[in-house]
Design a protein around this ligand. Structure first.
Ligand code: M6R
Length: 607
């Protein structure tokens, strides 16, 4: 899940490569590097750690060439050192790679026997040597790149720059995304459209198995069978790719505050407010009047799916199965005769989710993607799609994409209820009216920041934190715990409130913080009993509830975070805000790298 960029330009490439890498840093930030052609020779600058280190390298030893490639790394094979940083190069070719070359060991052994010397521990370096082998044997750059790619097993997006070839850049895609940006007398390669957006608005997305042979004047695309093909050119507006922090301290903070707008945008895409009906786009053969639904995702996207499980069952009366994508296909799941499968993903590139989608397609199950990045692989491979309109999410911890996923899934639950005849038009109208209130309710929930700020200060001292929820708030407890651990590095676990007494209650000690998500709904009294159980054992209760819940539990809760009273249907959307703010403000107190927490990457394109 590294980020790659390539430029055949008319201005010095290095600053532009760095500019693009800044937009790709969400894909990994263990090291970064660039290579340019300087008088036809390949010159590299690489540095471990964040891009700022590479910028220092370049300031000390500038590059002026106009053709180049760049990379920001999420380490898989080999530590995050300079030697393992991309680009990897010989004197004839430099390459950047995103993905994993599964047969790198056997390729490396063969190349080493033939006299190739390796300078890194990476799987990627074999690509440079394979291409060099071809060039040594008289192949052209195009022929050598094609021959090398044919020998690679695994997943890759690659960009290759050739010594002495100022007007050639070659890209290849299998399993990892790659886009071609078409400029004015310039040509670009990038892991996504955002990478090339500073230079052009015209972008083609390569398909699986494609190889792109670029010059400044032309993009020749060969498909997996070696046939010359054309790929559609998409035109993006500058705004679609805008990724600035504005006045916010972190992207995560900005993205939390964007949620009234992003959830509203997503809801209005699926809701006809005038008729109080949900309107789905053409679902291309996905029949919502099915007997079973399967909802798959990873991490936060999986938790959005778990919330949807409650909605689909309660609103539409459909049997639902949810799973994490990394396990789903190993179970060899069986499907009912009338099933559809929903794949939830912000990036649309998560390797496990994509593999699960392909599994379902192989089994003849119709697939529906709830995806944020248009034209991503999951978006394109699914039978039908429900876009989430969160806009680019840069913070590694997912926030606005989560609530946009919930927004689309809530609309899907209503549409499924109607298709199955499970709800009347009056009930549909009531649910739509509730959904339309979400942006306002989220905006009100954001008002709790000053209160949460004080609690976060205390929470930042904790070693372990438990999150509890009941019903639809159970997956939200899981999401709250995930958010806290990934950005504050504090150990946290989410549990169903009723499950605690079956074991995890042994973890409660004097002062253990326990965050409880409990609006004053039909399940409140039961959760109140669970709160009493943990309070009696010394837990420090942080209760997120509405004013009625606060009145009922103020004597046992050490801290109260007030959320607006809302329809239970939209409560998961509204209660997402306090758990995000609590994690964010705790991480700020701890001084961690909020937007780029250690060991993580925004888009996980390895299994
Ligand atoms: O791009 P996706 O939604 O498919 O990503 C899935 C997970 O990797 C992602 O939600 C991850 O758990 C986030 N870091 C959570 O904040």
């Amino acid at each position: 899940m590294c980020g790659i960029i390539g430029i055949l330009g008319s201005a010095p490439a290095a600053p532009r490569l760095v500019q693009a890498l800044k937009r790709l840093e969400y894909r990994g930030y263990d090291s970064a590097g660039v290579a340019t052609l300087e008088g036809g020779r390949i010159e590299r600058r690489r540095a471990p750690g964040k891009l700022a280190n590479l910028e220092l390298e370049l300031a000390g030893a500038p590059l002026s060439g106009v053709s180049g490639i760049g990379h920001t790394r999420w380490a898989t094979h080999g530590a995050p050192t300079t030697a393992n940083a991309h680009p990897h190069a010989t004197d004839k070719v430099a390459i950047v790679h995103n993905g994993i070359i599964e047969n790198f060991r056997s390729l490396r052994e063969g190349l080493a026997k033939a006299g190739h010397e390796f300078a890194s521990e990476t799987d990627s370096e074999v690509i440079a040597h394979l291409i060099t082998d071809g060039l040594d044997n008289g192949l052209t750059p195009e022929q050598a790149a094609i021959a090398a790619v044919r020998r690679l097993e695994g997943a890759f997006g690659i960009a290759c720059l050739f010594a002495g070839e100022e007007d050639v850049l070659i890209g290849a895609r299998k399993g990892s995304p790659l886009a071609v940006g078409i400029g004015d007398g310039e040509m670009f390669l990038g892991s996504d459209a955002i990478a090339v957006s500073p230079f052009t608005t015209r972008v083609m997305f390569l398909e699986e198995g494609d190889i792109a042979i670029l010059s400044r004047a032309r993009a020749k695309i060969l498909d997996a069978n070696g046939q010359v093909v054309t790929r559609q050119i998409h035109v993006f507006s500058g705004a679609a790719a805008a990724v600035e922090k504005g006045n916010h301290r972190h992207f995560m903070q900005k993205e939390i505050y964007e949620q009234p707008e992003t959830s509203g945008r997503t809801i209005t895409r699926y809701v006809n407010a005038f008729d109080e009906r949900v309107e789905m786009p053409d679902l291309d053969g996905v029949d919502l009047a099915a007997d079973n639904a399967i909802v798959i995702g990873c991490g936060t996207a999986h938790y959005a799916g778990r919330v949807a499980e409650y909605w689909l069952e309660q609103v539409a009366g459909i049997a639902v199965e949810t799973d994490i994508a990394s396990e789903f296909r190993y179970r060899k799941p069986a499907f009912g005769r009338k099933s559809f499968a929903v794949f939830v993903s912000q990036s649309g590139e998560t390797a496990d989710t994509l593999a699960a989608l392909r599994y379902c397609k192989d089994q003849g199950v119709k697939t529906l993607a709830v995806v944020n990045v248009p034209e991503s692989t999951i978006w394109r491979e699914a039978d039908a799609r429900l876009p989430t309109l969160a806009g680019p999410e840069i913070g590694v911890a997912s926030t606005k994409a989560f609530t946009a996923q919930l927004s689309a899934l809530a609309a899907l639950a209503i549409a499924t209820g109607r298709a199955r005849g499970a709800i009347s038009s009056q009930e549909e109208g009531r649910l739509v009216r509730a959904l339309m209130e979400t942006p306002r309710m989220i905006a009100q929930a954001l008002d709790s920041e000053p209160k949460i700020e004080a609690i976060a200060h205390e929470l930042s001292q904790a070693r372990d934190v438990l999150y509890l929820g009941r019903g639809v708030h159970y997956p939200l407890a899981l999401e709250g715990a995930l958010k806290l651990k990934e950005i504050s590095y504090i150990h946290a676990e989410g549990y169903a409130a009723g499950e605690l007494k079956h074991g995890p209650i042994a973890l409660i000690d004097e002062g253990t913080p326990v965050v409880v998500l409990a609006p004053h709904d039909s399940l409140f009294e039961k959760t109140l009993s669970n709160m009493q159980e943990v309070a009696a054992r010394g837990a420090k209760l942080i209760l997120i509830t509405d004013s009625a819940g606060a009145a009922a539990a103020s004597d046992i809760a050490k801290h109260l975070i007030l959320a607006p009273a809302c329809d239970p249907f939209i409560a998961p959307l509204v209660y997402s805000v306090p758990i995000q703010l609590l994690a964010y403000l705790t991480a700020v107190h701890k001084g961690t790298d909020v937007d780029q927490p250690r060991n993580l990457a925004k888009s996980v394109t390895v299994e």
